[in-house]
Design a protein. Structure first.
Length: 353
């Protein structure tokens, strides 16, 4: 059985930063994640997408942010159980917990920190009859490597930040980018909307609104799309393309965690944000996008803040008779558990000494 002080469920940016904050308090962490590598959505969905709201980084690629976080925590030697999903939880008489994964791996911890982001997720798909026939044959629900679309024609559908951001990014990669949205107005950042319009005027993006893709054509892969303008079948027309990328967001699901007796509101875990982001079950915290409270903002930097306060509370729970005095890392630096830096984990680690 894996023993640790804090068991973190979710290896996204919030979960990884929690390892750093816990390490400053000399608390050991182990992380469970259903994905095969750390990083959460940043690594799985858009590793090459720029992020602009991380303090100190005017621009940083999502994958690079994950690499930096892994570098930041390597001194604290976290353990990882990757490719497994937290399935069941048992609270023991001493108020500690045993969490078992879907593959039977057991973890014993004094504190649980749920940092599962949106939870398990699947893309929202447009209602196109033969859509599944073209999945991985020209239909993509996420972009991992923009270079895959180098010198290809691409049609993106959607009206949010992802559709806008990827249209802008691929304008310098693909041979042709077409953005389709069923409304004339977009839901994304105004700066992104303005940039798309600029690229349209420059001839680098084709913008078709209000319109939607109603059919896909092609023998063995996507060859063309049927576009319907103004919701009028008489306005249908054919558009040849190599790739169709519908970006309509993700449908989040908490999975087995929803059955742990936690207070849930709109598929998120309610927490006490006035103190430490603890749930209705003492000893279980929820940080990052997975939680909800009045005024909640789903931003990475907000998750970092929540992780910091969670770790302070966890220290008091684990060491009720000790008083920790916060020290600035600018004074003492950051030292690992043995006083030296360690290599970041290169594989799944399933035990902590």
């Amino acid at each position: 059985m894996i023993q640790t002080d804090i068991l973190i469920i979710g290896a996204g940016p919030t979960g990884l930063f929690a390892v750093f904050e816990a390490g400053l308090l000399k608390l050991r962490c182990h992380i469970i994640d259903a994905l095969p590598q750390p990083g959460g959505q940043l690594a799985e969905l858009y590793p090459k997408k720029p992020i602009y709201d991380i303090p100190g980084f005017p621009e940083v690629l999502a994958g690079d942010l994950v690499d930096n976080l892994m570098e930041q925590i390597k001194a604290f030697q976290p353990g990882f159980t990757l490719g497994e999903k937290a399935e069941t939880i048992e609270k023991l008489e001493d108020e500690s917990f045993i969490v078992t994964t879907d593959k039977g791996t057991k973890h014993h911890a004094k504190v649980i920190a749920i940092a599962g982001g949106l939870g398990s997720f699947e893309p929202r798909k447009p209602p196109i009859e033969n859509l599944s026939n073209y999945e991985d044959k020209g239909v993509h629900y996420m972009i991992k490597d923009p270079e895959y679309f180098r010198d290809q024609s691409v049609v993106i559908a959607g009206g949010g930040d992802s559709a806008l951001d990827w249209s802008i990014f691929l304008a310098d990669v693909a041979s042709e980018v077409t953005l389709i949205h069923r409304r004339n107005e977009f839901r994304g950042a105004l700066e992104s909307v303005d940039r798309v319009k600029e690229l349209k005027d420059m001839g680098k993006i084709k913008l078709i609104t209000p319109a939607e893709v109603v059919a896909i054509e092609g023998d063995e892969k996507v060859e063309s799309l049927i576009i319907r303008k103004n919701n009028n079948p008489s306005d249908d027309f054919r558009l040849e393309t190599d790739h169709f990328i519908p970006l309509f967001g993700l449908s989040p699901k908490l999975g087995p965690i929803a059955d742990w007796g936690l207070e849930i509101e709109k598929n998120a875990i309610k927490v006490n944000n006035s103190l430490d982001y603890q749930t209705n079950i003492p000893g279980i915290y929820a940080i990052g996008d997975v939680n909800t409270y009045p005024g909640k903002l789903k931003l990475i930097l907000c998750g970092f803040h929540e992780a910091t306060l969670m770790c302070q509370s966890a220290y008091q729970r684990i060491h009720p008779n000790k008083r920790y005095v916060m020290k600035y890392t600018t004074v003492g630096g950051v030292a690992g558990f043995d006083g030296s830096l360690k290599e970041a984990p290169k594989a799944v680690v399933k035990s902590i000494d």
